[in-house]
Write a protein of this length. Structure first.
Ligand code: NAP
Length: 242
């Protein structure tokens, strides 16, 4: 019997590290991605080479209909099975000062975060509630906790994730489903590749960017039975920032 973990945006970066780690913990991981099929296939190959199990499930998290269609298809191909762990990880940045921000940059960031959150969570939640066990982990950001200049759209989207985490955790705790948010600081991935790491490091008490594997280790702990009493929390992983 497989225990499934769906990770959105798992072709690269933090999502990929989470997929690799959860596969190592014994989950059959469902690797969602948007368009980078080569990177997603590479993630799957790395997991399988290490003896793990993985499936690909591409969909655009900004498109509710696409999410529904993909998850309905998954359900049809996996009769009697359900998704036990959901990691809402896919996200994008479109930074700019609010006074210059165009509508597209606002809506793209909000939609990628909140559309994905609603449709994936809504779809998989009933299976978790029936099983009386489940884990939902939302990858927020310290930008959503403290707010960062140049990221009004991104901070708003991540704060929405945090609010939803707190509310939903209270709805489902009695059914042994936990819902937590992880708020990373600067993590070395494609998303931060354009930033001036040498300059930004000076603002981080730990003096370095974090690694995707460090975020993945925290997510794996939150998925474990040992974390059953932790719910509705926002856990910063930011080298002392925030
Ligand atoms: P990344 O390296 O840019 O990777 C983004 C991942 O999300 C890719 O797998 C990408 O798929 C997927 N994705 C993007 N838009 C998508 C969409 N519309 N539908 C489905 N998948 C989509 O990003 P990352 O740094 O790993 O970030 C992962 C999460 O952590 C994000 O939510 C981000 O906001 C958050 N975070 C990151 C940092 C950081 O410093 N890196 C800090 C705080 C929070 P494709 O490969 O198909 O494009």
């Amino acid at each position: 019997m497989n225990t499934y973990a769906l990770i959105t945006g798992a072709s690269r970066g933090i999502g990929r590290a989470i997929a690799e780690r959860l596969a190592h913990e014994g989950y059959t991981v469902i690797i969602n991605y948007h368009s980078n099929t080569a990177a997603a296939e590479e993630t799957k190959a790395v997991i399988e080479a290490a003896g793990g199990k993985a499936e690909l499930l591409p969909f655009d998290v900004a498109d509710g209909n696409a999410i529904e269609a993909a998850l309905n298809q998954w359900d049809a191909a996996h009769e009697g099975e359900h998704i036990s762990v959901l990691v809402n990880n896919a996200g994008i940045r479109r930074d700019g000062l609010m006074v210059f921000m165009n509508e597209e940059d606002w809506h793209d960031v909000m939609r990628t975060t909140t559309e994905g959150l609603y449709y994936t969570t809504h779809h998989v939640l009933s299976g978790m509630l029936r099983a009386r066990k489940g884990r939902i982990i939302n990858i927020a950001s310290i930008s959503g906790v403290s707010g960062l200049p140049g990221q009004t759209n991104y901070s708003a989207a991540k704060a929405a994730l945090i609010g939803a985490t707190k509310a939903l955790s209270k709805e489902v705790a009695a059914r042994k489903v936990t819902v937590n948010a992880v708020a990373p600081g600067f993590i070395a991935t494609d998303m931060t590749a354009d930033l001036d790491e040498a300059e930004l490091k000076k603002t981080i008490p730990a003096g370095r960017f974090g690694k995707p594997e460090e975020v993945a280790a925290l997510v794996a702990f939150l998925c474990s039975d040992e974390a059953a009493y932790i719910t509705g929390q926002v856990i910063n992983i930011a080298g002392g920032m925030g």
